[in-house]
Unconditional design. Structure first.
Length: 366
């Protein structure tokens, strides 16, 4: 296998891709830095660490408030995207994405407190602080899809319990896969709380396994074109993964022998994948309580979620606002394909259009 290419035009941008495949396809994002990194957006605010129980596990979180907050302020729950993505929006394949951290800073500047948390399968072990694997999980076991729902509920309760937060003014911000949880937040938190406003950032607009298949195909072909894998290997990878998709969608149990070697379709992922594939984003949008304020943010250079995906999602979101961000990728950072453009996530600034879009939306959300 040749050395991965690191030019901006060739750099892979993985999202739902899991396991070793994500590491292979995102190798270019880990090239040596040439600069000190882009300035973070928004305001620093005041941040403190929190811990609470959620889904049968201790959850670590960060709570940020605006600097000059007086009285209770609106609160935002930020939900991460797919894979082992931590509270800041970082994963092994994208260690410097900082999507959630940047969103929290922009929200603080807009006068909104926020809570972001290490979802199950991410971050250090809450007990020891050591990086022992995905969220302190030391053994491979089937993933219970319900654990993520329960963590959303626990994180929401923790957010509105903070003395700085007005529980009547809450927005749920879901990035990528997190948008599927945001769309179900009113269901998950129940009637004990007012239905929250929603911000769907880089949201999927089609069924989970269809989106995953398109992403995998594009990423594998990109790796093949870059000389990272041979043609025969690319064909085998895609064949294995499509067999896995058929098994999961058909309700057939996957065996370890049938699993693809990159850890996407495996016995321990199968229940989770089947659950997520059953969530049609359009139907979730149609099931929202009437009058729910919704903002959809999408980057025009998003390689994971296409314009067609977002167009489809909007058919289920009556009255939602949509802001398309030019020159913006899936993690809401500036993206350019020109030779010499920044490659590292940390070197590319957060998209300028996010802050004004959020501020305008939040001014009328309650």
């Amino acid at each position: 296998m040749s050395t991965p290419l690191s030019s901006p035009s060739a750099r892979p941008r993985a999202a739902l891709v899991g396991g070793a495949l994500a590491v292979l396809l995102s190798a270019a994002a880990c090239a040596p830095a040439d600069t000190g990194g882009a300035e973070p957006p928004g305001a620093g605010g005041v941040e403190r660490e929190l811990a609470f129980e959620g889904g049968g596990h201790e959850v670590s979180a960060s709570f940020r408030t605006p600097h000059d907050a007086s009285g209770r302020v609106p609160g935002a729950l930020i939900i991460s995207g797919s894979g082992p993505t931590d509270r800041d929006g970082n994963a092994p394949a994208r260690p410097d994405a900082d999507t959630n951290r940047n969103l929290s800073r922009v929200l603080a500047e807009a006068g909104v407190a926020s809570l972001r948390y290490d979802k199950f399968g991410s971050g250090p072990d809450p007990q020891t602080g050591e990086e022992t694997g995905p969220g302190g999980v030391r053994t491979i076991a089937p993933v219970d899809p319900g654990v993520f729902d329960r963590q959303v509920v626990a994180a929401y309760e923790e957010l509105v319990a903070q003395p700085e937060v007005d529980p009547g003014r809450v927005v749920v911000v879901g990035h990528s896969e997190g948008a599927l949880y945001a769309l179900r937040a009113h269901e998950l938190i129940g009637s004990g709380h007012p239905s929250p406003a929603l911000v769907l950032a880089a949201p999927p607009g089609t069924r989970y396994l269809d989106l995953l298949d398109r992403q995998l195909t594009e990423q594998v072909r990109l790796a093949e074109g870059a000389g990272q894998i041979e043609e025969a290997e690319a064909v085998q990878i895609l064949s294995d993964m499509r067999a896995g998709r058929a098994a999961v969608r058909g309700g057939r149990d996957l065996t370890s022998q049938e699993s693809d070697r990159f850890g996407v379709y495996t016995p321990w992922n199968a229940d989770f994948l089947a659950f997520m594939d059953g969530l049609d984003p359009v139907e979730l949008g149609r099931d929202l309580p009437e009058g729910t304020p919704v903002l959809v943010l999408w980057g025009e250079d998003d390689a994971q979620v296409s314009r067609e995906d977002v167009d489809r999602l909007m058919t289920g979101l009556d009255g939602a606002e949509r802001v398309d961000l030019p020159g913006t990728d899936h993690i809401l950072r500036a993206f350019e394909d020109e030779p010499g453009a920044a490659v590292l996530d940390s070197d590319r600034p957060f998209a300028e259009g996010v802050a004004p879009a959020l501020e305008e939306f939040l001014d009328t959300a309650w």
